[in-house]
Design a protein around this ligand. Structure first.
Ligand SMILES: Nc1ncnc2c1ncn2[C@@H]1O[C@H](COP(=O)(O)OP(=O)(O)OP(=O)(O)O)[C@@H](O)[C@H]1O
Length: 293
């Protein structure tokens, strides 16, 4: 499995004279500054400020309805902030307002894997992955000539099911197919909305190990704090649309966070066998039980 390396490919419009060899990238810097997003009079995001460096994986944490998906869609350029800015700094140093970039250009820069991604049900897995090449489309070069599609499918482990119809796929197979589609875009920034929610434990660990090996800047909305602690460099925690904590995962994922944000009593200790925090919960906190009763 070529996690890091490339495979030989065809010339590409973005790499003139060169080989389009792999879906990996050095990532980019992203910055969200004082972003608000309103629906009518309701503020869904309230002054969110967060950032990530090239190659960093940022966990987006927070309870249901706290604004994780909304923030991802703002970061993806799908939703324009009511106020505030989203900036990306490309490897060459160019600093750009994300919402000022044309859709096709933006799709070469970043890719979003949605929580419940849908597509044309008549498509095969390979055809879904080929959709990721649309922003890079070149006249006279059919999609299937792009070896980046093969590599994206290999990384997401869907090569063996390439001829299967999307309609027949399991939840986990769909999730992996959508990852391959996103990788085929050759993004520098990868946005994942609950990417492991359909995966069994083996595939959760495998999936995030693969994501880590790509070296892309990644923002992943996650509910599993143990996975966040194991695979992410940083965490941004949202509660009711506001950032209530951010920083390195070991500083952010604490018993106080479990209590304050999730209403859960627990301990966060160094893992006894590997170098990362280990989250253990006992139950809901008394205050939460009172709220629920
Ligand atoms: N278009 C919209 N119109 C009205 N309310 C919206 C809209 N989009 C999101 N919301 C509300 O904004 C809040 C945040 O939603 P969002 O989906 O971002 O939360 P989340 O943290 O991703 O939740 P979950 O963990 O349950 O997926 C929710 O209360 C949701 O109902």
């Amino acid at each position: 499995m070529a996690f890091y390396g490339g495979i030989e490919g065809t010339a590409d419009s973005d790499h003139p004279g060169g080989l389009m060899t792999c879906v990996t990238s050095s990532g980019l810097t992203w910055r969200v500054d004082n972003v608000h997003w309103n629906v009518g009079a309701t503020e869904i995001l309230r002054g969110v400020t967060a950032s990530g460096e090239p190659g960093e994986i940022t966990a987006l944490l927070g309870p249901n309805g706290s604004g994780k998906t909304t923030l991802l869609s703002v970061l993806a350029g799908v939703r324009r902030p009511t106020s505030g800015t989203v900036t990306v700094i490309e490897p060459g140093g160019a600093q750009r307002d994300l919402h000022g970039i044309r859709t096709r250009e933006r799709a070469k820069l970043l890719a979003l894997v949605e929580q419940h991604a849908q597509t044309e049900t008549v498509l095969t897995v390979r055809q879904v992955v080929e959709l990721g090449r649309i922003p890079h489309r070149q006249r006279g070069v059919p999609f299937h000539l792009h070896s980046v599609i093969d590599e994206a499918m290999e990384i997401a482990e869907v090569s063996a099911i390439s001829d299967r119809s999307w309609a027949t796929l399991s939840g986990g197979e769909r999730q992996r197919t959508q990852l391959a589609r996103a990788l085929a875009q050759q993004p520098s920034l990868l946005l994942l909305d609950e990417p492991t929610n359909h995966l069994d434990l083996h595939h959760q660990i495998d999936f995030l190990t693969r994501i880590r090996s790509l070296g892309l800047s990644t923002v992943a909305a996650l509910h599993d704090l143990e996975l966040a602690a194991a695979f992410c460099d940083r965490a941004v925690v949202l509660d009711r649309g506001e950032v209530v904590a951010s920083g390195s995962v070991d500083k952010v994922i604490t018993p106080d966070l479990l209590d304050r944000v999730y209403g859960v009593d627990g301990d966060v200790e160094p893992h006894p066998r590997v170098d990362r925090p280990h989250v253990r919960w006992t139950g809901l906190t008394t205050s939460t039980r009172k709220v629920l009763i």
